[in-house]
Design a protein around this ligand. Structure first.
Ligand code: PGA
Ligand code: ZN
Length: 572
């Protein structure tokens, strides 16, 4: 079975920024798609994500990539047999020909690679997670959910720490998700009572951004809630220290401090609030921080140290860092490395090193729920999916539920869930009513810095319609074809490729001067309970929506006349 057509399109991610979606159709009509996520807090060694750098969408449009896929990349793969992932990916990587994938762009490579992988899984007629488990010879298991409930850093105004997460001890989605939702709503109520209604506004991963709160206040609130709930979860941080390191010191909560001071701060929080893990505790470029990690006990650190920006889903970096046992776990994000095969190589390297594997979304997401099947299929230790808030995060929560329902042997329970729209039986949690009033309310800070909130919640489903022309196979590649010949940059030059646009870094929106206000927050004796969701979304049974297909105008132009519609050669 070969590929019949490949349809690239520019769609929007959850930040309202353009991204690439590739829809791939097999000769028998079976269709799969992949939409590329994108991050805001980046590791320096992530592969390049190519954007147009024009005025369109403040430099972030990906129309050149759409043309490149339609006119250059796709024709190589029409007729290509499905189910040969590593050959397919090797051809893509060779077609790019650079270390950091700057020619095609990691976003083009992942869109192609991910769509091909999902199409192979669909043709197997197995659930994606099962296809992954059989392909990778792994044991499926539910990951523990790392739910980011409070955000800062590059994701939201206010706090310097990027993510305050809770990690339910139960890995069963039905149980863990109810805990997460209840904790999120209760915490939101507390933060609103302390910092006003603005505290319920959320950042790019759906986590609330309580302007004026300090790290300690948030940790104390989480810790108290946990204690009241019978310690059903653990607390984890993603510090994303790159984002407040200026090359010499850390600008943390109004002070300029060094790695050793920051470590002392972490140790203080750990002794008070018992932290489970800290991700990226120091900046990649901070040699002092890296040296400090080396001095921590190798197997018994006070909290787990997780690498994200340090290792960027790169097998060599994971192997390199694990020599010194600097980390206990590693974040896996497919877009950091580009192809699905390279991502699996990174996962293998992490396993080899005995590291916890935590599969992760990005701050700019779509409703694509691939990472959930990935995490369950490989039996990952954890999955990061943000807060139970915003459609693109909810898509991941719901996919976890959907997988658990599909495994549920009790048809009766499943039927009642489907028919009555009721929640499936979960281990009952102690009611949270009264807990908020009973908890020790964190001491409010007196000086509150108020910064403007910039929040967006745009999840736009790509519009697709039917029966567009199939991209002609000019020189289709074959599996096992020598990397030197099939998809060489010189061949590409004949057809033409997108110019090597430098990655656009549009100017930051100008921030109004931050006013500092001083007031005393009075906490009501009884904080009203937030309303909990009344209905459970009915699992669809399949993540695939039978959709019709249309090309974007730029993709269509490229198909109709590749030699003119595709931007001029230069560079590939
Ligand atoms: P990003 O943040 O997706 O904005 O890079 C996520 C993370 O740092 O884990
Ligand atoms: Zn991170």
């Amino acid at each position: 079975m070969g590929i019949k057509s490949i349809i690239p399109s520019q769609v929007l991610n959850s930040n309202g920024d353009p991204t690439i979606k590739v829809t791939m159709v097999a000769e028998n009509g079976v269709t799969a798609y992949f939409t590329v996520p994108s991050g805001a807090s980046l590791g320096s060694k992530e592969v390049a994500q190519k954007t147009d750098g024009t005025d369109s969408y403040n430099g972030k449009s990906v129309n050149d990539s759409i043309k490149l896929i339609a006119g250059v990349v796709a024709p190589k793969f029409i007729g290509y047999p499905i189910g040969h992932q590593s050959d397919f990916d090797s051809l893509l990587v060779a077609l790019d020909g650079t270390e950091n994938k700057q020619n095609l762009g990691g976003n083009t490579i992942l869109a192609m690679s991910g769509a091909y992988f999902k199409l192979s899984a669909k043709l197997s007629e197995k659930p994606l997670w099962q296809y992954i488990a059989e392909d990778r010879k792994t044991n499926p298991a539910f990951p523990r959910i790392f739910a980011n409930l409070v955000g800062g850093g590059k994701h939201a105004p206010g706090l310097d720490i990027q993510e305050f997460m809770i990690v339910p001890k139960s890995n069963k989605p039905i149980e863990a998700i109810e805990q997460i939702v209840q904790t999120f709503h209760t915490l939101t109520t507390i933060m609103v009572s302390l910092y006003g209604p603005g505290a319920q506004l959320s950042g790019s991963e759906g986590a609330i951004a309580p302007i004026g709160a300090s790290t300690e206040v948030v940790l104390e609130a989480l810790s108290n809630l946990n204690a009241k709930n019978g310690k059903t979860f653990e607390i984890a941080l993603d510090v994303a220290a790159n984002s407040f390191f200026d090359g010499k010191s850390y600008n943390f909560e109004g002070q300029s401090i060094h790695a050793s001071d920051l470590l002392a701060v972490y140790q203080g929080w750990d002794s008070k609030f018992d932290l489970y893990s800290i991700e990226d505790p120091f900046a990649e470029a901070d040699i002092e921080g890296t040296e400090l990690l080396k001095t921590m006990p190798k197997d018994k650190k006070p909290f787990k140290v997780i690498a994200d920006d340090y290792t960027v889903t790169n097998a060599s970096l994971i192997a390199e860092f694990s020599k010194d046992k600097l980390f206990d776990g590693v974040i896996i994000k497919p877009d950091q490395v580009g192809s699905i095969s390279e991502m699996f190589t990174a996962i293998d390297a992490a396993k080899q090193a005995g590291l916890d594997i935590i599969v992760s979304h990005r701050s700019g997401e779509s409703n694509d729920d691939f990472i959930v099947d990935l995490a369950y299929g490989i039996g990952a230790a954890g999955i990061k999916i943000g807060a139970p808030n915003h459609g693109e995060r909810i898509a991941k929560y719901n996919r976890l539920l959907e997988i658990q329902y599909s495994l549920n042997s009790s048809q009766e329970q499943l039927d009642s869930t489907l028919d009555l729209g009721q929640k499936p039986a979960a281990t009952p949690l102690e009611s949270t009513a009264g807990k908020v009033a009973a908890m020790a309310v964190p001491t409010p800070v007196e000086k509150i810095s108020v910064a403007p909130s910039s929040v967006s919640d745009n999840t736009i489903s790509p519009r697709i319609s039917a029966s567009e022309p199939v991209i002609a196979a000019s020189t289709p590649a074959q599996p096992n074809e020598s990397l030197a010949s099939p998809a060489q940059p010189s061949e590409v030059s004949e057809i033409g490729a997108a110019p090597l646009a430098t990655k656009a870094t549009p100017p930051e929106p100008s921030q109004p001067t931050t006013p500092v206000i001083t007031h005393v927050v009075t906490v009501p004796p009884e904080t009203p309970m937030p309303s909990l969701p009344k209905e459970q979304e009915v699992p669809s049974g399949s993540s695939f929506k039978n959709a019709t297909i249309a090309l974007t105008p730029t993709a269509r132009a490229a198909q109709e006349n590749p030699s003119t519609a595709v931007p001029p050669v230069s560079g590939l």
